[in-house]
Design a protein around this ligand. Structure first.
Ligand SMILES: [Zn+2]
Length: 716
């Protein structure tokens, strides 16, 4: 055990408790009057700003329907029928002519005083100096500027009217050079204070009241990533984020780098366990007079990392399932398969039993000192299991292997695979802008990212595969697709949890029938997914998505093959000054004067598109991918976007589809889970305030008039 490092952590912890730290304005020292287990409305995560308010939908149906206008009452370019417009406006509206960055104006500085931070500086000079420094800090973080390039820029700026800027980028960026690197578990290791990492992460959270009654639920991620394509050098961080009562950005607690993964995970975790024990006992000091209680929510890892961290057998062993006691069968194709889904479940208390070398546990895990539920608090991450594992495996099987043997009952014809290739490409370009990455063709499925696999499983697959796969095989695919859809949706989870569990059991049981003897762990473990959703809520509450994108950014911080952890620690400290956590706001674009207006409201200006928080909305007749919404059981196409100049009030003019039917009935009426077959778009127009009743939909056209419309889940 590295006593020196642990002793430093204890000292650091005592120091953190005693130190007064500067904190963001959003944190208040006084306890809230009514804060209990339920989060206050204003402390919800930022991404829920457009979340549905189920309780008010029925009441607001009337409000929407009262705005129905006849075709005669509305003409393009002319004001339409006067109506009452509710004033539950969308705040913080910004109107821009283009998507160009507005930060360049900040970079234009005047003549600054040579001496930094003197009291004699005028306020405006000081502000300009600060804005230039902040711009440089943000710009450096956003574009990953090398130190040499930043040094050249600072030198040039100093020679051209900005002598107040430092010559050394480390001074400008407040680079942390005061950290301890030790040799540990076969590589280089840095432990950062959990308290300081959390303070930094919480300083970027806005509109949240944090006080002494706040209990922070922490989620951790432990995973390894290769640093370079051409070497075995890898990075193993311990990452953390707050998931309750609000969501915070991800922060780094510890970093390991070496030629191989840590040679002892207990050794790797030991400093964290010591620090976490103190934080669990004493709370975490957020500001001068605010110390919050802390609780461990969960550990999110992929299956190999779970086995490493928990010191259990890996999934290619007979006892490889970490949720049940099924005995794996090793097949002649050299595959460990798990065919039984009725075996006894594993329990947290199993870890209290003595070790048995032949069984599931290899040795004791140091995390048990934290009273962590070694089964219940290690949920299955559907990003790795379902999306990167099972969906890509199925897509691969449709293209080759046993399914193409004509003796196999559900073989897939090569001609239909060609159709599938074309369909994925055609449809993925019609997906809404919320999908930042288009799904690549199915013959590239091995390199699909998790977001592409999710797009295929939840949106493209149920539509495209209908005419491609054998009917029974298509029904089998839908069991997985609809079950995961229900487990990902806040609205559907409670009502469909039991059904989703049953559909996943059916899917796993029937897998061998449709795909051959390939019921490996990534298939079998789906029978346990609903249990974790029962405990933690929707799958995105415990998925690897937020950590995966952070891991990608960590990788981008490494430029050289030596001193890897040192590079990452320095770049992380530089990012603390930058202010890149996105803020939800409304942006209006493409102002015009040729759309339908509302009579009596000449104050409303017309726009071609808008971005409200993370929702894109458009009235482009030629490109309908951002025009389709559901509001109060109607499927709508947006015709115009109207906004008041000052108040931020936002209205949309829209038409609805007259014919809305289920797209399928098995395993459930598709309309119950937000999938509709629509036709007969009406010429009649309506208008309404754009608010949280509006749900964005993907619209996949079938022909000129028909389309399949799929409601987007909150987390796309
Ligand atoms: Zn199992």
């Amino acid at each position: 055990m590295k006593k020196k490092a642990i002793s430093q952590i204890e000292q650091q912890h005592a120091h953190d408790l005693a130190t007064i730290v500067s904190q963001p304005a959003v944190i208040h020292g006084q306890p809230a009057e009514h804060l209990d287990d339920e989060p206050a409305a204003d402390s919800l995560p930022l991404f829920q700003a457009v979340a549905p308010s189920v309780g008010v939908v029925e009441e607001e149906v009337l409000a929407v329907e009262s705005h129905i206008l006849s075709e005669d009452e509305m003409e393009v370019g002319e004001p339409i029928e006067e109506g009452h417009l509710p004033h539950d406006c969308v705040p913080d509206v910004e109107v821009i002519a283009s998507a160009e960055s507005d930060r360049e104006e900040d970079a234009e500085g005047g003549d600054f005083d040579t001496n930094e931070h003197t009291d004699k500086e005028s306020d405006s000079d000081s502000d300009e100096e600060q804005s230039l420094c902040q711009f440089l800090v943000d710009w450096n973080s956003r574009h990953r500027i090398t130190r040499e390039a930043m040094k050249d820029l600072l030198s040039a700026l100093r020679a051209n009217g900005h002598p107040e800027l430092p010559l050394d980028p480390r001074t400008l960026l407040h680079t942390n050079v005061n950290y301890d690197v030790e040799e540990r578990c076969g590589g280089s290791y840095v432990y950062l204070s959990l308290t300081k990492s959390l303070q930094s992460a919480l300083s970027k959270v806005r509109n949240v009241d944090i006080n002494c009654n706040t209990e922070l639920h922490l989620q951790f991620n432990i995973d390894g990533l290769p640093v370079f394509n051409s070497s075995t050098q890898c990075l193993w961080p311990i990452l953390c984020r707050v998931v309750k009562p609000f969501t915070s950005p991800v922060c780094v607690v510890a970093l390991y780098s070496g030629r191989k993964k840590p040679n002892s995970f207990n050794d790797f975790l030991q400093p964290f366990v010591v620090d976490m024990s103190l934080v669990l006992r004493n709370g975490v000091k957020i500001s001068t007079d605010v110390t919050c209680r802390v609780r461990i929510h969960s550990f999110v890892c992929d299956a190999p990392a779970r086995a490493d961290v928990k010191q259990t057998k890996h999934v290619n062993f007979r006892q490889g399932c970490d949720k049940c006691t099924v005995e794996g069968i090793y097949t002649k194709e050299r595959r460990m398969t798990f065919n039984d889904i009725t075996s006894a479940k594993r329990h947290d208390t199993d870890f209290d039993l003595p070790l048995d070398p032949e069984q599931y546990r290899r040795q004791d895990c140091v995390l048990r000192e934290l009273q962590v539920g070694m089964i219940s608090q290690f949920p299955i991450d559907y990003m790795h299991l379902t999306l990167l594992g099972l969906v890509r495996r199925m897509a691969r099987d449709w293209q080759d292997g046993i399914l193409h043997s004509k003796s196999f009952p559900f073989h897939v014809r090569r001609a239909t695979i060609s159709m599938l290739q074309a369909s994925v490409v055609n449809y993925s370009v019609k997906m809404p802008r919320e999908f930042q990455r288009q799904c690549r063709a199915i013959n590239e499925c091995d390199s699909w990212k998790a977001t592409e696999a999710r797009q295929f499983l939840l949106y493209l697959g149920p539509v495209i595969l209908k005419d491609v796969l054998d009917e029974k095989m298509y029904e089998h695919f839908k069991l997985l697709s609809i079950a995961i859809r229900c487990l990902c949706s806040e609205e559907l989870l409670d009502g469909y949890l039991h059904s989703a569990s049953s559909w996943l059991d059916q899917f796993v049981n029937q897998y061998v029938k449709y795909y051959g003897n390939k019921s490996v762990y990534s298939v079998h473990a789906h029978c346990h997914l609903a249990d974790d959703a029962r405990m933690f809520g929707v799958l995105d509450n415990f998925s690897g998505f937020p950590f995966e994108s952070f891991l990608g950014s960590l990788k981008g911080m490494v430029n050289k093959s030596y001193q890897v952890v040192q590079q990452v620690v320095r770049r992380l400290s530089e990012r603390e000054l930058s202010d890149n956590f996105p803020e939800d706001r409304t942006i209006l674009k493409h102002q015009h004067k040729c759309g339908p207006e509302i009579k009596g409201r000449p104050d409303l200006l017309q726009y071609g598109s808008a971005c409200i928080g993370r929702t894109h909305i458009s009235s482009d007749k030629k490109d309908l991918r951002d025009c389709c919404f559901m509001v109060c059981d109607h499927v709508c196409i947006v015709r115009n976007i109207l906004a008041a100049d000052q108040s931020g009030e936002l209205c949309v003019v829209y038409s609805i589809y007259d014919k809305v039917e289920p797209f399928f009935h098995i395993p459930v009426n598709s309309q119950e889970v937000g999938i509709h077959s629509v036709s007969d778009l009406s010429d009649e127009v309506f208008f309404s305030t754009f608010d949280n009743r509006w749900r964005k939909c993907a619209r996949l056209p079938q022909d000129d008039d028909h389309a399949v419309v799929i409601q987007l889940l909150h987390e796309v």
